[in-house]
Each structure stands twice: as C-alpha cells, then as structure tokens.
Design a protein. Structure first.
Length: 490
C-alpha cells in the first residue's frame, strides 16, 4: 500500500543531531580562535622583574587569560540553547504531523451501506429469536434474561430507524447515511449483549438436566400431534378450507422436526454415555431447536382453531353492534362510506346462515367496513379488531420463526412495525409480512430438499435456522448468543 509522507523527510530529520553537533564544535573553535592571540601575547610578554607589571595588571582589573573561560562558557551556552531550540521544533513537528500516514479506506457507498444494514437486521433478528428459543430449555438466570431483553430493545430501535428510512426520512444524503449507520450500530449492540452472556448461559445449561428435559418435551409433543391434526381437520370441515389455510402443513412440518430430534437425541444420549462432551452438546442443542420449532408449529394450529371458534362466537354481536352504529350515523357521515358498510355487513350476515365460512375473515371485514364511517366505537367492534390483529400477528411471527433461514428483512421489518401499531394497522402489516415471508421461502428453495434430507428432517431444520446450512450435514448448530458466539457449539 502506498504511504503518504508528510513534514520533514526521515533522512533529513535523522541528521539534525549531526548538524547541531557541528554547530557546537564550530562555536567552540571560533571562541578558541578569538582568544588564542590573547593567550599567545600573554605568554610572550617578558617576565617582570619587579612589581610594576603586576601592579599594572591589577590596575586594569584582569589579565587576558581571565576572559577565556567566560567567553567559552557564553559560546557553549549559546550553542546548547540553539540545540535545545532545534529539538523543541523537532518534537513539535513530530507531535502534530505524523511522519508516515496510511490512506484511509474508502467510505462504503450508499448501496453497500444499505446492504449491510439489511444483513445486520436479519442476523440480529435471528440471534434474538434463537436466544429466546434457547431460554425455553433452561433457567439461565437474571443476567442472561436481561441481556435478551436489552437485545430485543436494541433490535426494535433498529427496525424503527429502518422503517423511517424506508419511508424516506431523513431526506438528505448525509442523514440517510447516519440512519443506516444507526441501524448497523443498534444491531451490533444487540449482538454484543447476547455474546456477553453466552458463557453464562452455557454454565447454567451444563448444570441443568437438559437432556432429560428435551426428551420429556419431545414425548409430550409426539403425543399431541394426533390430537392437533384431528382438531385441524374438524375446523376445516366446520369453517372451510380457507379458514385453516394459514396453518396448512404445520402438523406435517412438526412431525419432520420431531423426526430430526429423534436422531439427535439418540446421539446426545450416546455422547453422554461415552463422555463425548462436544458431541453431546452439539446433538442436544440441535434436538432442542427442532423440538422448540415443533412446539411452535403445533401451538400455532391449536391457537388458530381457538381463534376461529372465538371469532365465530363474537361475530353475531359485532354485526348487531355495527348495524346499530350505522343507524345512528345516518345523515352525519359520508353517505358512500355508509352505503359500503351496509353492503359488507349484509354480506357477512348472509354468510352466517349460508354454510361454512371463515369467521376471522368475516370479523375482519366488519371491522374494516366501520373504519371510515366514524363508527366502530362499540366494545364488541374493538374486541373484534384486537382479535383479528392478534391472530394475524401470531400467524406471521410463527411463520418467520420456523422459516427464518429463508426470510429476508422486509417481512421482518413489517412484522416489527405491526407489533407496535394500532389493531387495524397491525392486522394489515402482519398479513403483508406473512405474504412477503412466504414469497421469500418460495424464492429461496432448499439445497437440503432431497429424499434423504426430507426423511431425516434435515431440510426442515436448515430452513428453520436450527442449523446454519453451511455444510452437507446441515452445518453448525445455532445456540444462544450473538454473531460471535451463536455457532460456537459446532
């Protein structure tokens, strides 16, 4: 790399001491040259035979030799003063102007900075999700829990900055660079918080009965799959196939995760029996991740079935309340909006008596029909809005959780925004997040999608981010921690 040289060249500054030495010697030589005649004359004078000469010398105050030492002293002092002055100048220059300066690396372009911010958000979100998942298997102590809480706060702030950036705020180029730097910095801090507590998590994990707990949770989920599948089929018959579409395939994916967990739990047991600590840890951590995701998938089905049932019970009251509010608004609101709301409510009421229907979707349409009319203030309408928003958020978050190996930044950002929005906006944002995440998964594909990988459950855990997918066997397992520690278990 080419270096830039500033100030006095090195070979020049290296001779300053030599020059000063020459100056001192020259000064001394000059003094000797000046006083030498005096010393010579004094030495050539005839030796006095009496006291006259002595008296004359005394009368003049001093002899010639008395001036030699003072003159030498003055010359030496001047030379030393000059030497000190040169040294001070040299020090000042060396402090203020470095001799050799390497050029700074070029600043990243806006495109590169934005790409880095996107990658930072995805990585930080993955670290937070994985760490949260890991804490479901061990009581890791307050310090570890606090680190996860702090990391989530930093990540939320990063997504908020990103959201404003996507909306064009700030507008100036410098401000936008600062916004991206803020996103990257917040994500880095979230990762640092988790990295700092990785060792503490490991210590608590090693002390616990992690293998026994994972095996117990595995047996519990395996016993649930039949009942969850039956409940989903019944809900489909009662409310229609569209109503259960958000969780279609979840039971089958849960079974795949449990198949993978079976093999890794066996490996963990073998490692424990043989004293292979590293093998035990890797196998058990992977099994825990697969079991956790199986639980997410089965819980999502159970929750949606319950939400459909709740929405079906709430819908008649929401219709009645909505119609009453519309009647009270005649003549005070926009006629076109009222007319549209009337049509929507009449269509939903017809669906109630016409056969299978999606109660969550019907409730959503009632809530939205009343949004632009000035109505919707009744308690039952507000309750309906909260229910549909909560359901949409749950569906989207679960999907990202079990497909995080393929989901990009846009879906995650929409989901983060939905989490802090009002119910009506949260519902829209979460549904959009689920749509974008599904598109990401379809575009991503899966390099571990062969028959063998499917039969072993490997394809699912790579897509779910339990394994990093960097090698033929799925790659390192992901553990609690930030970017520096999450793959430490190999």
């Amino acid at each position: 790399m080419t270096s830039l040289i500033r100030g006095r060249p090195r070979h020049a500054t290296g001779h300053i001491g030599v020059r000063v030495g020459h100056t001192v010697l020259g000064g001394v030589a000059g003094v000797v040259w000046l006083v030498l005649p005096v010393m010579t004359n004094v030495a050539q004078d005839p030796v006095p035979t009496g006291g006259g000469t002595s008296a004359a010398a005394s009368a003049d105050g001093a002899s010639g030799t008395d001036y030699v030492l003072p003159l030498v002293a003055v010359a030496a002092a001047g030379a030393l003063g000059g030497y000190g002055y040169v040294r001070r100048i040299r020090r000042a220059r060396s402090r203020t102007t470095p001799g050799i300066v390497s050029p700074l690396p070029p600043a990243p372009s806006p495109v590169d900075l934005e790409r880095q911010a996107r990658a930072s958000l995805v990585l930080a979100d993955d670290c937070v999700r994985t760490s949260r998942e890991a804490l479901g298997h061990v009581d890791a102590g307050e310090a570890v829990v606090r680190a996860l809480r702090s990391a989530r706060t930093e990540l939320s702030a990063a997504f908020a900055i990103w959201q404003r950036y996507e909306e064009g705020v700030p507008e100036d180029a410098g401000g936008r660079r600062q916004a991206l730097a803020g996103v990257i910095g917040r994500c880095a801090e979230a990762g640092r918080q988790l990295d700092a507590q990785a060792a503490g998590f490991d210590a608590e994990w090693d002390r616990g009965e992690a293998l026994a707990a994972a095996e117990g949770r595995f047996r519990e989920l395996a016993a649930r799959t039949g009942g969850v599948q039956s409940a989903l089929a019944q809900a489909g018959e009662r409310y229609g196939a569209v109503a259960v579409d958000p969780v279609r395939g979840h039971v089958e994916q849960a079974k795949d995760r449990l198949v993978f967990a079976t093999g890794r739990l066996n490996q963990a047991r073998q490692g424990a029996d043989s004293g292979d600590g590293d093998g035990y840890r890797r196998a058990l951590c992977a099994a825990e991740g697969a079991v956790a995701q199986a639980g997410v998938l089965l819980d999502a089905v159970t929750r949606l079935v319950a939400e459909l049932r709740t929405a079906a019970g709430l819908l008649p009251a929401a219709l009645t309340g909505g119609e009453a509010e519309l009647a009270g608004l005649r003549g005070t609101a926009l006629p076109a909006r009222l007319a549209h709301a009337d049509v929507v409510l009449a269509a939903v009421r017809g669906e109630l008596t016409g056969g299978p229907y999606d109660p969550l979707d019907a409730l959503r349409r009632v809530v939205r029909a009343l949004e632009g009319t000035g109505g919707g203030r009744a308690g039952v309408i507000a309750a309906g809005a909260e229910l549909v928003a909560r359901s949409a958020l749950g569906v989207a978050d679960d999907f990202v959780e079990v497909h995080r190996g393929a989901v990009g930044v846009q879906a995650r950002a929409l989901l983060a925004e939905a989490g802090s929005a009002a119910p009506a906006d949260a519902d829209r944002l979460a549904r959009r997040a689920r749509e974008v995440a599904g598109r990401d998964v379809r575009a991503h594909g899966n390099p571990f999608a062969g028959p063998a990988a499917h039969e072993s459950g490997l394809a699912g855990v790579v897509l779910g981010g339990v394994l990093l997918g960097e090698e033929g066997d799925g790659g390192p397992v992901v553990a609690f921690g930030g970017p520096e520690t999450r793959g430490r278990w190999g």
